[in-house]
Each structure stands twice: as C-alpha cells, then as structure tokens.
Ligand binder design. Structure first.
Ligand code: ZN
Length: 63
C-alpha cells in the first residue's frame, strides 16, 4: 500500500513587477496620486508610468 500523495500547494510564480489585471484595484502613485499599472497588493512605493519615467530620468542625470 502506497501512502496517499501529499496535496502540494502549487503556487504560481509571480513576476517581480506584477501588472494589475482587469478588475483588480491598482495602487496609487505615491508622487502624484494617479492610478498606476501595479496592483494594490504590491508592497513598496508605486509610481505611475509618468513618474517612473521622471525618476529614471533623474537617476540617469544624477551622477
Ligand atoms: Zn505619478
């Protein structure tokens, strides 16, 4: 008699930068308050595409 296989919980791999699916509440941009492309469940500061671009520009120019 073989024991019953343990029911493993197969969690789907989540991408590092998750994009919100339709119907999922999105997080607000921490800079301008505009809705971002990231789901509200994402931790950390969320930026809208425009602010992300501006941050990238600042990073590129500073040093
Ligand atoms: Zn923004």
């Amino acid at each position: 008699m073989e024991p019953e296989p343990y029911c493993a919980t197969d969690l789907p791999s989540v991408p590092a930068v998750a994009t919100a699916e339709p119907g999922v509440p999105v997080a607000d941009c921490v800079l301008c308050g505009e809705p971002t492309e990231h789901p509200a469940t994402v931790s950390g500061a969320t930026l809208c595409p425009r602010c992300e671009w501006q941050q990238a520009q600042r990073g590129a120019c500073s040093g």
